[in-house]
Ligand binder design. Structure first.
Ligand code: SAH
Ligand code: SF4
Length: 364
Protein backbone atom coordinates (compact mmCIF):
# COMPACT_ATOMS: atom_id res chain seq x y z
CA UNK A 1 0.00 0.00 0.00
CA UNK A 2 1.32 3.46 -0.85
CA UNK A 3 1.66 6.18 1.80
CA UNK A 4 -1.16 8.73 1.98
CA UNK A 5 0.69 12.05 2.18
CA UNK A 6 -2.29 13.69 3.93
CA UNK A 7 -1.10 11.76 7.00
CA UNK A 8 2.26 13.60 7.05
CA UNK A 9 3.02 16.80 8.95
CA UNK A 10 6.13 18.81 8.01
CA UNK A 11 8.46 16.74 10.14
CA UNK A 12 7.17 13.41 8.88
CA UNK A 13 7.38 14.71 5.31
CA UNK A 14 11.03 15.74 5.87
CA UNK A 15 11.86 12.24 7.14
CA UNK A 16 10.09 10.61 4.21
CA UNK A 17 11.98 12.76 1.70
CA UNK A 18 15.30 12.19 3.50
CA UNK A 19 14.68 8.44 3.25
CA UNK A 20 14.11 8.87 -0.51
CA UNK A 21 17.43 10.76 -0.79
CA UNK A 22 15.61 14.05 -1.51
CA UNK A 23 16.41 17.50 -0.12
CA UNK A 24 14.32 19.07 2.65
CA UNK A 25 13.02 21.92 0.52
CA UNK A 26 11.38 19.38 -1.79
CA UNK A 27 9.30 18.17 1.15
CA UNK A 28 8.13 21.75 1.77
CA UNK A 29 7.36 22.22 -1.90
CA UNK A 30 5.16 19.12 -1.90
CA UNK A 31 3.41 20.27 1.30
CA UNK A 32 2.56 23.56 -0.42
CA UNK A 33 1.24 21.82 -3.51
CA UNK A 34 -0.97 19.54 -1.46
CA UNK A 35 -2.28 21.91 1.20
CA UNK A 36 -2.01 25.42 -0.23
CA UNK A 37 -3.00 24.58 -3.78
CA UNK A 38 -5.12 21.52 -3.05
CA UNK A 39 -3.34 19.45 -5.69
CA UNK A 40 -3.63 15.67 -5.27
CA UNK A 41 -1.86 14.68 -8.51
CA UNK A 42 1.97 14.50 -8.37
CA UNK A 43 2.19 14.73 -12.17
CA UNK A 44 0.70 18.21 -12.00
CA UNK A 45 3.27 19.47 -9.47
CA UNK A 46 5.05 21.24 -12.30
CA UNK A 47 8.13 22.55 -10.49
CA UNK A 48 9.21 19.10 -9.26
CA UNK A 49 11.78 17.14 -11.27
CA UNK A 50 10.24 14.53 -13.53
CA UNK A 51 11.94 11.63 -11.77
CA UNK A 52 10.72 12.82 -8.35
CA UNK A 53 7.16 13.04 -9.66
CA UNK A 54 7.47 9.50 -11.02
CA UNK A 55 8.91 8.25 -7.72
CA UNK A 56 6.07 9.83 -5.75
CA UNK A 57 3.42 8.45 -8.09
CA UNK A 58 4.75 4.95 -7.42
CA UNK A 59 5.19 5.17 -3.66
CA UNK A 60 2.64 7.71 -2.43
CA UNK A 61 -0.85 9.12 -2.91
CA UNK A 62 -3.02 12.02 -1.74
CA UNK A 63 -6.33 10.49 -0.77
CA UNK A 64 -9.23 12.26 0.91
CA UNK A 65 -12.61 10.81 1.94
CA UNK A 66 -15.38 11.04 -0.69
CA UNK A 67 -17.94 13.82 -0.25
CA UNK A 68 -21.29 12.00 -0.07
CA UNK A 69 -23.42 14.90 1.16
CA UNK A 70 -23.24 18.68 0.69
CA UNK A 71 -25.99 20.93 2.07
CA UNK A 72 -26.29 24.69 2.49
CA UNK A 73 -28.58 26.40 5.03
CA UNK A 74 -30.33 29.72 4.28
CA UNK A 75 -27.76 31.51 6.48
CA UNK A 76 -24.88 30.23 4.32
CA UNK A 77 -23.74 27.53 6.75
CA UNK A 78 -22.58 24.54 4.72
CA UNK A 79 -22.29 20.95 5.89
CA UNK A 80 -20.44 18.07 4.26
CA UNK A 81 -20.87 14.37 4.90
CA UNK A 82 -17.58 12.56 4.24
CA UNK A 83 -17.43 8.81 3.77
CA UNK A 84 -14.36 7.55 5.62
CA UNK A 85 -14.87 3.82 5.06
CA UNK A 86 -17.58 1.33 4.14
CA UNK A 87 -19.36 1.73 7.46
CA UNK A 88 -18.84 5.30 8.62
CA UNK A 89 -19.30 8.87 7.52
CA UNK A 90 -18.43 12.03 9.45
CA UNK A 91 -19.49 15.66 9.16
CA UNK A 92 -17.73 19.02 8.85
CA UNK A 93 -19.42 22.40 8.89
CA UNK A 94 -18.35 25.73 7.39
CA UNK A 95 -19.76 28.82 9.10
CA UNK A 96 -19.34 32.11 7.20
CA UNK A 97 -19.46 35.31 9.24
CA UNK A 98 -18.53 38.94 8.55
CA UNK A 99 -14.79 39.03 8.13
CA UNK A 100 -14.16 35.40 8.94
CA UNK A 101 -14.95 31.82 8.00
CA UNK A 102 -14.86 29.04 10.57
CA UNK A 103 -14.56 25.35 9.80
CA UNK A 104 -15.87 22.98 12.46
CA UNK A 105 -13.84 19.76 12.24
CA UNK A 106 -14.57 16.23 13.52
CA UNK A 107 -11.95 14.08 15.26
CA UNK A 108 -13.72 10.74 15.77
CA UNK A 109 -16.52 8.67 14.22
CA UNK A 110 -18.89 8.96 17.17
CA UNK A 111 -17.79 9.54 20.75
CA UNK A 112 -17.43 7.26 23.78
CA UNK A 113 -18.18 9.95 26.33
CA UNK A 114 -21.96 10.02 26.02
CA UNK A 115 -22.82 13.49 27.33
CA UNK A 116 -26.54 13.56 28.09
CA UNK A 117 -27.45 16.34 25.61
CA UNK A 118 -25.24 15.44 22.61
CA UNK A 119 -26.42 13.64 19.51
CA UNK A 120 -22.89 12.47 18.58
CA UNK A 121 -22.64 10.85 22.01
CA UNK A 122 -26.03 9.18 21.58
CA UNK A 123 -24.76 7.52 18.42
CA UNK A 124 -22.03 5.59 20.17
CA UNK A 125 -18.49 5.21 18.89
CA UNK A 126 -16.81 3.48 16.03
CA UNK A 127 -13.22 4.65 15.71
CA UNK A 128 -10.65 7.43 15.81
CA UNK A 129 -10.05 9.41 12.63
CA UNK A 130 -6.57 9.33 11.10
CA UNK A 131 -4.52 12.51 10.60
CA UNK A 132 -5.40 12.29 6.89
CA UNK A 133 -9.13 12.13 7.66
CA UNK A 134 -8.88 15.13 9.97
CA UNK A 135 -6.76 17.36 7.72
CA UNK A 136 -8.83 16.25 4.71
CA UNK A 137 -11.68 18.32 6.17
CA UNK A 138 -10.02 21.75 5.62
CA UNK A 139 -8.39 20.35 2.46
CA UNK A 140 -11.77 19.44 0.94
CA UNK A 141 -13.49 22.59 2.24
CA UNK A 142 -10.83 24.82 0.66
CA UNK A 143 -11.18 23.04 -2.67
CA UNK A 144 -14.96 23.33 -2.66
CA UNK A 145 -15.18 26.87 -1.30
CA UNK A 146 -12.60 28.39 -3.65
CA UNK A 147 -11.01 31.78 -2.94
CA UNK A 148 -12.53 35.09 -1.89
CA UNK A 149 -12.44 38.09 -4.28
CA UNK A 150 -8.94 38.99 -3.02
CA UNK A 151 -7.63 35.53 -3.85
CA UNK A 152 -7.45 34.52 -0.18
CA UNK A 153 -8.66 31.21 1.22
CA UNK A 154 -11.94 31.66 3.06
CA UNK A 155 -11.23 29.50 6.11
CA UNK A 156 -9.72 31.85 8.70
CA UNK A 157 -10.47 29.79 11.84
CA UNK A 158 -10.72 26.11 12.71
CA UNK A 159 -12.58 24.74 15.72
CA UNK A 160 -12.27 21.07 16.71
CA UNK A 161 -15.91 21.04 17.77
CA UNK A 162 -17.37 18.53 15.36
CA UNK A 163 -17.96 14.87 16.13
CA UNK A 164 -15.81 13.26 18.80
CA UNK A 165 -13.49 14.15 21.67
CA UNK A 166 -10.24 15.45 20.15
CA UNK A 167 -8.21 14.87 23.32
CA UNK A 168 -8.96 11.14 23.16
CA UNK A 169 -7.30 11.00 19.70
CA UNK A 170 -4.21 13.15 20.16
CA UNK A 171 -1.85 10.88 18.20
CA UNK A 172 -3.77 11.82 15.06
CA UNK A 173 -5.03 15.26 16.14
CA UNK A 174 -1.61 16.79 16.96
CA UNK A 175 -0.04 16.28 13.49
CA UNK A 176 -3.27 17.65 11.97
CA UNK A 177 -3.10 20.74 14.23
CA UNK A 178 0.56 21.22 13.24
CA UNK A 179 -0.46 21.24 9.59
CA UNK A 180 -3.17 23.82 10.34
CA UNK A 181 -0.48 26.07 11.86
CA UNK A 182 2.23 25.35 9.27
CA UNK A 183 3.04 28.23 6.91
CA UNK A 184 3.55 25.72 4.11
CA UNK A 185 0.08 24.28 4.69
CA UNK A 186 -2.81 26.31 6.22
CA UNK A 187 -0.78 29.00 8.02
CA UNK A 188 -3.37 29.72 10.74
CA UNK A 189 -2.19 31.43 13.93
CA UNK A 190 -2.30 29.50 17.21
CA UNK A 191 -5.22 31.61 18.42
CA UNK A 192 -7.34 30.85 15.36
CA UNK A 193 -7.26 27.10 15.96
CA UNK A 194 -9.40 25.96 18.89
CA UNK A 195 -9.60 22.51 20.45
CA UNK A 196 -12.74 21.83 22.46
CA UNK A 197 -12.71 19.21 25.20
CA UNK A 198 -15.23 17.85 27.64
CA UNK A 199 -12.39 17.80 30.19
CA UNK A 200 -9.89 15.04 29.44
CA UNK A 201 -7.27 16.21 31.95
CA UNK A 202 -4.23 14.17 30.75
CA UNK A 203 -5.00 15.23 27.18
CA UNK A 204 -5.01 18.91 28.21
CA UNK A 205 -1.54 18.48 29.69
CA UNK A 206 -0.24 16.75 26.57
CA UNK A 207 -1.74 19.36 24.23
CA UNK A 208 -0.12 22.11 26.30
CA UNK A 209 3.30 20.47 25.87
CA UNK A 210 3.01 19.52 22.21
CA UNK A 211 0.81 22.07 20.49
CA UNK A 212 -0.76 24.75 22.74
CA UNK A 213 -3.54 26.11 20.54
CA UNK A 214 -6.60 27.91 21.92
CA UNK A 215 -8.55 25.71 24.35
CA UNK A 216 -12.29 25.54 24.92
CA UNK A 217 -13.62 23.48 27.83
CA UNK A 218 -17.20 22.20 27.88
CA UNK A 219 -18.29 23.05 31.40
CA UNK A 220 -22.11 22.83 31.34
CA UNK A 221 -22.58 22.77 35.13
CA UNK A 222 -21.32 24.79 38.09
CA UNK A 223 -20.99 21.81 40.47
CA UNK A 224 -19.96 18.16 40.42
CA UNK A 225 -23.40 16.73 41.24
CA UNK A 226 -24.97 18.24 38.10
CA UNK A 227 -21.88 17.86 35.92
CA UNK A 228 -21.67 14.14 36.78
CA UNK A 229 -25.10 13.77 35.20
CA UNK A 230 -24.57 15.92 32.12
CA UNK A 231 -20.92 15.09 31.31
CA UNK A 232 -20.24 11.59 32.70
CA UNK A 233 -16.47 12.12 32.27
CA UNK A 234 -16.74 14.43 35.29
CA UNK A 235 -16.83 11.35 37.54
CA UNK A 236 -13.26 10.63 36.41
CA UNK A 237 -11.99 14.24 36.28
CA UNK A 238 -14.11 16.34 38.66
CA UNK A 239 -14.23 20.14 38.59
CA UNK A 240 -11.37 20.64 41.04
CA UNK A 241 -9.01 18.63 38.79
CA UNK A 242 -10.39 20.24 35.65
CA UNK A 243 -9.84 23.76 36.97
CA UNK A 244 -6.28 22.92 37.99
CA UNK A 245 -5.63 21.54 34.49
CA UNK A 246 -7.02 24.78 32.96
CA UNK A 247 -4.57 26.81 35.02
CA UNK A 248 -1.66 24.54 34.07
CA UNK A 249 -2.64 25.07 30.43
CA UNK A 250 -2.61 28.84 30.87
CA UNK A 251 0.85 28.72 32.49
CA UNK A 252 2.16 27.83 29.05
CA UNK A 253 0.24 30.59 27.32
CA UNK A 254 0.21 33.56 29.71
CA UNK A 255 -1.71 35.90 27.41
CA UNK A 256 -4.46 33.39 26.67
CA UNK A 257 -7.72 32.49 28.34
CA UNK A 258 -9.89 29.38 28.47
CA UNK A 259 -13.25 29.55 26.72
CA UNK A 260 -15.84 27.79 28.87
CA UNK A 261 -18.69 26.44 26.78
CA UNK A 262 -22.04 26.16 28.52
CA UNK A 263 -25.07 24.58 26.88
CA UNK A 264 -28.31 26.25 28.06
CA UNK A 265 -30.79 23.55 29.12
CA UNK A 266 -34.21 24.71 30.29
CA UNK A 267 -34.69 24.19 34.04
CA UNK A 268 -31.61 21.97 34.23
CA UNK A 269 -28.57 24.24 34.46
CA UNK A 270 -29.94 27.74 33.79
CA UNK A 271 -30.97 29.16 37.19
CA UNK A 272 -29.68 32.40 38.75
CA UNK A 273 -27.85 30.28 41.31
CA UNK A 274 -26.13 28.32 38.54
CA UNK A 275 -24.92 31.61 37.02
CA UNK A 276 -23.49 32.71 40.37
CA UNK A 277 -21.77 29.28 40.72
CA UNK A 278 -20.14 29.81 37.34
CA UNK A 279 -18.96 33.27 38.32
CA UNK A 280 -17.15 31.65 41.25
CA UNK A 281 -15.38 29.29 38.82
CA UNK A 282 -14.51 32.21 36.55
CA UNK A 283 -12.72 33.86 39.44
CA UNK A 284 -10.39 30.84 39.64
CA UNK A 285 -9.46 30.64 35.92
CA UNK A 286 -8.69 33.36 33.37
CA UNK A 287 -11.66 32.65 31.14
CA UNK A 288 -14.52 33.76 28.96
CA UNK A 289 -17.93 32.12 28.80
CA UNK A 290 -19.73 31.09 25.65
CA UNK A 291 -23.38 30.21 26.23
CA UNK A 292 -24.75 27.75 23.65
CA UNK A 293 -28.56 27.57 23.34
CA UNK A 294 -29.31 23.82 23.34
CA UNK A 295 -29.84 22.41 19.85
CA UNK A 296 -32.54 19.76 19.84
CA UNK A 297 -32.44 16.39 18.09
CA UNK A 298 -34.96 13.51 18.12
CA UNK A 299 -35.52 12.02 21.61
CA UNK A 300 -33.01 14.39 23.20
CA UNK A 301 -35.04 14.74 26.40
CA UNK A 302 -34.01 18.39 26.94
CA UNK A 303 -35.42 21.77 25.97
CA UNK A 304 -33.57 24.93 25.06
CA UNK A 305 -33.68 27.68 27.71
CA UNK A 306 -35.89 30.59 26.68
CA UNK A 307 -34.31 33.69 25.17
CA UNK A 308 -35.18 35.81 28.24
CA UNK A 309 -33.66 33.24 30.59
CA UNK A 310 -30.44 33.17 28.55
CA UNK A 311 -30.29 37.00 28.59
CA UNK A 312 -30.79 37.12 32.34
CA UNK A 313 -28.20 34.36 32.91
CA UNK A 314 -25.66 36.27 30.80
CA UNK A 315 -26.49 39.47 32.65
CA UNK A 316 -25.79 37.91 36.05
CA UNK A 317 -22.44 36.66 34.79
CA UNK A 318 -21.60 40.08 33.40
CA UNK A 319 -22.48 41.80 36.64
CA UNK A 320 -20.09 39.42 38.39
CA UNK A 321 -17.33 40.62 36.03
CA UNK A 322 -17.36 37.62 33.66
CA UNK A 323 -16.90 38.11 29.90
CA UNK A 324 -19.75 36.29 28.22
CA UNK A 325 -21.05 35.79 24.69
CA UNK A 326 -24.06 33.82 23.49
CA UNK A 327 -23.49 31.64 20.45
CA UNK A 328 -25.75 32.39 17.52
CA UNK A 329 -27.58 29.32 16.34
CA UNK A 330 -26.39 28.51 12.83
CA UNK A 331 -27.25 26.00 10.18
CA UNK A 332 -30.98 25.73 10.93
CA UNK A 333 -32.69 23.26 8.61
CA UNK A 334 -29.60 21.15 7.87
CA UNK A 335 -28.86 19.90 11.41
CA UNK A 336 -25.47 21.59 11.38
CA UNK A 337 -25.50 23.25 14.79
CA UNK A 338 -23.36 22.27 17.80
CA UNK A 339 -24.29 18.86 19.07
CA UNK A 340 -26.41 17.93 16.07
CA UNK A 341 -23.66 16.34 14.02
CA UNK A 342 -24.21 12.66 13.69
CA UNK A 343 -22.87 11.52 10.32
CA UNK A 344 -23.32 7.82 9.87
CA UNK A 345 -21.55 5.88 12.56
CA UNK A 346 -21.73 2.13 12.93
CA UNK A 347 -21.81 1.93 16.69
CA UNK A 348 -19.45 -0.56 18.30
CA UNK A 349 -20.54 0.30 21.82
CA UNK A 350 -24.14 -0.85 21.27
CA UNK A 351 -25.39 2.42 22.63
CA UNK A 352 -27.46 3.28 19.61
CA UNK A 353 -29.22 0.00 18.90
CA UNK A 354 -32.39 1.92 18.03
CA UNK A 355 -30.81 3.97 15.30
CA UNK A 356 -31.50 3.17 11.66
CA UNK A 357 -28.32 3.70 9.69
CA UNK A 358 -28.13 4.83 6.08
CA UNK A 359 -24.98 2.79 5.55
CA UNK A 360 -26.37 0.77 2.68
CA UNK A 361 -26.70 3.98 0.69
CA UNK A 362 -23.13 4.91 1.52
CA UNK A 363 -21.78 1.60 0.32
CA UNK A 364 -23.41 2.01 -3.07
N1 SAH B 1 -16.09 16.58 22.45
C1 SAH B 1 -15.75 17.94 22.50
C2 SAH B 1 -15.95 18.70 21.19
C3 SAH B 1 -17.19 18.43 20.39
S1 SAH B 1 -18.71 19.02 20.98
C4 SAH B 1 -16.50 18.63 23.63
O1 SAH B 1 -17.42 18.04 24.16
O2 SAH B 1 -16.12 19.74 23.97
C5 SAH B 1 -18.65 20.80 20.73
C6 SAH B 1 -19.54 21.56 21.70
O3 SAH B 1 -20.95 21.36 21.42
C7 SAH B 1 -19.33 21.13 23.14
O4 SAH B 1 -19.27 22.24 23.99
C8 SAH B 1 -20.59 20.34 23.40
O5 SAH B 1 -20.85 20.24 24.76
C9 SAH B 1 -21.62 21.13 22.64
N2 SAH B 1 -22.88 20.40 22.42
C10 SAH B 1 -23.06 19.07 22.36
N3 SAH B 1 -24.36 18.78 22.15
C11 SAH B 1 -25.02 19.95 22.07
C12 SAH B 1 -26.38 20.33 21.82
N4 SAH B 1 -27.30 19.40 21.58
N5 SAH B 1 -26.69 21.63 21.78
C13 SAH B 1 -25.73 22.57 21.96
N6 SAH B 1 -24.44 22.30 22.18
C14 SAH B 1 -24.08 21.00 22.24
FE1 SF4 C 1 -18.49 13.51 23.01
FE2 SF4 C 1 -18.28 16.20 23.12
FE3 SF4 C 1 -20.64 15.00 22.48
FE4 SF4 C 1 -19.70 14.84 24.98
S1 SF4 C 1 -20.33 16.73 23.88
S2 SF4 C 1 -20.58 13.16 23.78
S3 SF4 C 1 -17.51 14.71 24.61
S4 SF4 C 1 -18.74 14.94 21.30
Amino acid sequence: MTENLLDFDAQAMQSLFAAMGEKGFRARQVLRWIHQRGEPDFERMSDLAKDLRAKLSLSARVEAPAVVGDSVAPDGTRKWLLKIDGANAIESVFIPEDGRGTLCVSSQAGCVLDCAFCSTGKQGFNRNLTTAEIIAQPWIANRLLGRDPNGERVITNVVMMGMGEPLLNLDAVIPALRLMLDDNAYGLSRRRVTVSTSGVVPGMDRLREECPVALAVSLHAPNDALRDRLVPLNRKYPLRELIKACNRYLDKAPRDFITFEYVMLDEVNDSDGDARGLAAIARRVRSKFNLIPFNPFPDAGFRRSGADRIRRFAEILRREGVTVTTRKTRGDGIDAACGQLAGDVTDRTRRSSQKVHRITELRA
